[in-house]
Design a protein around this ligand. Structure first.
Ligand code: NAP
Length: 274
């Protein structure tokens, strides 16, 4: 088993720094991918109700037959389920599909500001934590202003904000804001959905270290203290993506990757997406 770093969250729970993402994996693919990932050393899986694969994720976890306490599982409340009562129902439904008593981390998937419901939704997540349905609570795709509003109104800080972050969109302002707030940063689409793998600079760095482009990018995330959840349903790639704890990237290579930032989003703008 890979001995991988754990990041301590503000509520003192700990999250494995590298996890498996499963967006766009169907339930059968998710089941096989999760089982393989756990067998090769992953201990962290990131799903969401909207991915439609929570059943597969739960089945893959049971297939691997590890103690539940060794695995960190995240799911998310979808935009259409925002609001206090609806969110509580959605959380129970996610647990039912996963066949679990609790998840380790529950996130509000998007702030969806036009709905005006994320403060209410946050109260449901606080309630879910009090009743033991989740160990930790956080958010995804929140802007700095939305984080301030959430924390100011509830007095409860999300343990992390899961945001789009990869070499072409490195989110310096948000990661700085997170450090100031004591909120961890988790990178979604850490490989730029595979696009960054063909970048020449990254390929040259990979060749120099006798590694793959994916391993170099994942290492770049981890070296910054970010939590990263690369997705793959391909067993060889799942194995490849966790073989990143036995090499170092020197500062000059990290600097070259930092220079690739193009302020280019893949996903929607959190200020308007609903
Ligand atoms: N909170 C949010 O709003 C949000 C939004 C998007 C994503 N996420 C989360 O973040 C996770 C990761 O993001 P993502 O799925 O968008 O993209 P990603 O992890 O950046 O990239 C995934 C793509 O890269 C390919 N890939 C993975 N490892 C590879 C390797 N070693 N060599 C070559 N290709 C490789 C995968 O192919 P195969 O699968 O075919 O192997 C897939 O096409 C998601 O799965 C989800 O859990 C969250």
């Amino acid at each position: 088993m890979v001995n991988q770093p754990l990041i301590e969250l503000s509520d003192c729970n700990r999250i494995p720094q590298l996890g498996l993402g499963v967006w766009q994996a169907n339930p059968v693919e998710a089941r096989t991918a999760v089982r393989h990932a756990l067998e090769v050393g992953y201990r962290h899986v990131d799903t969401a109700s909207i991915y439609g694969n929570e059943e597969g994720v739960g089945a893959g976890i049971r297939d691997a037959a590890l103690p539940r306490s060794e695995i960190f599982i995240t799911t998310k409340v979808w935009n259409a389920d925002q609001g206090y009562e609806k969110s509580l129902r959605a959380i129970d439904e996610s647990l039912g599909r996963l066949k679990m008593d609790y998840v380790d981390l529950l996130l509000i998937h998007w702030p969806a500001p036009d709905k005006g419901l994320f403060l209410e939704t946050w109260q449901a997540l606080i309630e879910a934590r009090m009743t033991g349905k989740t160990r930790s609570i956080g958010v995804s795709n929140f802007t700095e202003g939305q984080l301030d509003e959430l924390i100011g109104s509830s007095g409860v800080k999300p343990v992390l904000n899961q945001i789009e972050l990869h070499p072409f969109f490195s989110q310096g302002a948000m990661t700085h804001a997170h450090v100031q707030l004591g909120v961890k940063t988790e990178s979604w689409s850490p490989l730029d959905q595979g696009e960054a793998l063909s970048n020449t600079v990254i390929q040259q760095i990979a060749a120099k270290h006798n590694r793959t482009a994916a391993q170099v990018i994942i290492k770049w995330h981890l070296d910054q203290g970010l939590i990263a959840i690369p997705k793959s349903v391909t067993p060889s790639r799942i194995s490849e993506n966790i073989r990143v704890f036995d090499f170092e990237l020197p500062p000059e290579d990290l600097h070259l990757i930092n220079e690739l930032n193009q302020y280019r989003r893949l996903g929607p703008d959190p200020e308007t997406f609903s």
